[in-house]
Design a protein around this ligand. Structure first.
Ligand code: ADP
Ligand code: MG
Length: 417
C-alpha cells in the first residue's frame, strides 16, 4: 500500500521510519518531509496547510492511507475533507480537533465533565480581563485561546506582568485572532507529565509513558523549547497514578466524547500537572508529540500501519499495542541560539560514523547533492534503545561527538532522573 505522511519534523521522520517497517507498505510519500524522510520516503513539495493540494495529490496517486503529523491541518478539517473524498486518513476530525485548536473549548469540556484542571475565567474584553486578574493569586497563567506555535502561554509573577501579557495578546494582537479570547488560569504547582493515547471509536488506549525535557539548558534552566530530549518509560508513572488517571481523567473524557457527540478517532495527547493532591489536565493536543514519538515508536513492537487502520475502523484494542520491555532515550541536537534566533544551512558532518544501534531521526535538515544541512532550530535526534536507561543514554553520549555542525548544541543531562 501507498502511505502519505504530512509534516516535516522529527515526529514525521520517526513515523515514516516506523511505517517503513510494515510489510504491507510499498511506498511512502512525505509532504514536505526533511533530509531524513528523504532516505525512506519520497518528499513532496506541499506544505501541511495546503489541504486542497494534499487532497489532489492523494487522489491522483491513489494513496491508501494518509497520516497527519501536525495540528494545523487537523484543526482546519483535513480529515473531514479526505473522508468526504473517500480517502482513508489517520487523525481526528475538525470537531474533535477543537480540543487543541481552542483552549476555551478544552477548558469548557473539562469543566462540564468534571475533569480536574486549573480554575479559570475567559475574557474577550481587555478591561474586564484586567479586572479579572484580581480574582487570582500570583503567579497567574494567561493563555491565548487559539493555536500560537506553543508560544501563547505566559506565566506572570505580578499584576504588572499580567496587564502586560493581556495587552500583548488583546491590544497588540501578537497572536492575531488566536488572542481575541483569552484565559486567566490558576497556576498549578507539581511535576509535569504527558500521556499519549490512541483513541479508537471514543475509547482511550494509552501508550507507554515518556518524559520530555522542555528547557534548553542542563538542569532545566533557560527558556522553553519544543522539547530537546526525552525518554521512555517515565519512572513517575506507577500503578497508583495510572489508576487515578484512568478513573478521574480518561473515563471522564470518554464520557465527554459521547455527551458532546465527538466522533474521536486518532491521537489524544494529554498534558498533565501531577499536583500533590491529584493529576490535573493542563491541555489537550490532538496529535503525536515531538520528541515523545521519537522514544515511543522504537519501543513499539506492533505494526503501526495495523494500528492506524484499526483506529480508523474503530476497532483498536489495548492488546494491539505491544511494547518492548526496553528503555529508549533521545537527545536533540539544536542550532546555536535556539529557541531564539539561529542560523540555517550549516553542513552536518559525521552522520555516517555512528554505531549501528544508534537511530538517527532528523528534525530540521535538508539534503542537497548528497550532503545534509541544518534547516531548523531542532536539527537531529540521536536515539537509542537499551536494557537500562544508563545503557541507552551512554551510547548516545558516546556517539554524539562524532556529529558536528557550526553552532551545534545539546543538553548533557538527558536521561538523568
Ligand atoms: N495552570 C498552569 N499552571 C502551571 N503551569 C502551567 C499552567 N498552564 C500551563 N503551564 C505551563 O505552560 C506550558 C504551556 O502551556 P500549555 O497549556 O501546555 O500550552 P501550549 O503547549 O499550547 O503552549 C505548560 O507546559 C506548563 O509548563
Ligand atoms: Mg503544551
Amino acid at each position: 500500500m501507498k502511505v502519505l505522511v504530512i509534516g516535516s519534523g522529527g515526529r514525521e521522520h520517526t513515523l515514516c521510519w516506523k511505517i517503513a517497517q510494515s510489510k504491507r507498505v510499498s511506498k511512502i510519500f512525505c509532504a514536505p518531509g526533511n533530509g531524513g524522510t528523504e532516505e525512506i520516503a519520497e518528499n513532496i513539495d506541499i506544505n501541511p496547510n495546503e489541504i486542497d493540494k494534499l487532497l489532489n495529490f492523494a487522489l491522483e496517486n491513489s494513496i491508501d492511507l494518509t497520516v497527519v503529523g501536525p495540528e494545523d491541518p487537523l484543526v482546519d478539517g483535513i480529515v473531514n475533507k479526505f473522508k468526504e473524498n473517500g480517502l482513508r486518513i489517520f487523525g481526528v476530525d475538525k470537531n474533535s480537533a477543537q480540543l487543541e485548536g481552542s483552549k476555551v473549548f478544552a477548558k469548557q469540556f473539562m469543566e462540564k465533565h468534571g475533569i480536574p484542571t486549573a480554575k479559570y475565567r475567559t475574557y474577550i474584553n481587555l478591561d474586564e480581563a484586567i479586572n479579572g486578574l484580581g480574582e487570582f493569586d500570583y503567579p497567574v497563567v494567561i493563555k491565548a485561546d487559539g493555536l500560537c506555535l506553543g508560544k501563547g502561554v505566559i506565566i506572570c509573577q505580578t499584576k504588572e506582568e499580567g496587564i502586560e501579557a493581556l495587552n500583548h495578546m488583546m491590544t497588540e494582537k501578537v497572536f492575531g485572532t488566536a488572542g481575541d479570547t483569552i484565559i486567566i488560569e490558576e497556576f498549578l504547582e507539581g511535576i509535569e507529565a504527558s500521556l499519549l493515547c490512541f483513541v479508537s471509536n471514543g475509547e482511550i488506549i494509552p501508550m507507554e509513558s515518556a518524559k520530555d525535557y522542555k528547557q534548553i539548558f542542563d538542569g532545566d534552566e533557560g527558556p522553553n523549547t519544543g522539547g530537546v530530549g526525552c525518554f521512555s518509560p517515565n519512572p513517575l508513572f506507577n500503578e497508583n497514578l495510572e489508576k487515578n488517571i484512568q478513573e478521574e481523567i480518561l473515563s471522564k473524557i470518554e464520557t465527554g466524547f459521547k455527551d458532546e457527540g465527538l466522533d474521536y478517532n486518532g491521537i489524544l495527547f494529554i498534558g498533565l500537572m501531577i499536583t500533590k493532591d491529584m493529576p490535573k489536565v493542563l491541555e489537550f493536543n490532538v496529535r503525536f508529540g515531538d520528541p515523545e514519538t521519537e522514544v515511543l515508536m522504537p519501543r513499539l513492537k506492533s505494526d503501526i500501519v495495523e494500528i492506524f487502520e484499526k483506529t480508523i475502523d474503530g476497532k483498536l484494542k489495548k492488546e494491539d499495542l505491544v511494547w518492548a520491555d526496553r528503555k529508549c532515550v533521545t537527545v536533540v541536537a539544536t542550532s546555536g541560539g535556539y529557541p531564539g534566533k539561529y542560523e540555517k544551512g550549516e553542513e552536518i558532518v559525521g552522520l555516517d560514523n555512528l554505531d549501528d544501534d544508534i537511530i538517527l531521526f532528523h528534525n530540521g535538515t535538508k539534503r542537497l547533492d548528497g550532503r545534509v544541512y541544518t534547516n531548523g532550530g531542532r536539527v537531529i535526534s540521536i536515539t537509542s534503545l537499551g536494557d537500562t536507561l544508563e545503557e541507552a543514554k551512554d551510547r548516545i553520549y558516546d556517539n554524539i561527538d562524532k556529529i558536528d555542525f557550526d553552532g551545534m548544541y545539546f543538553r548533557k543531562d538527558i536521561g538523568r532522573i
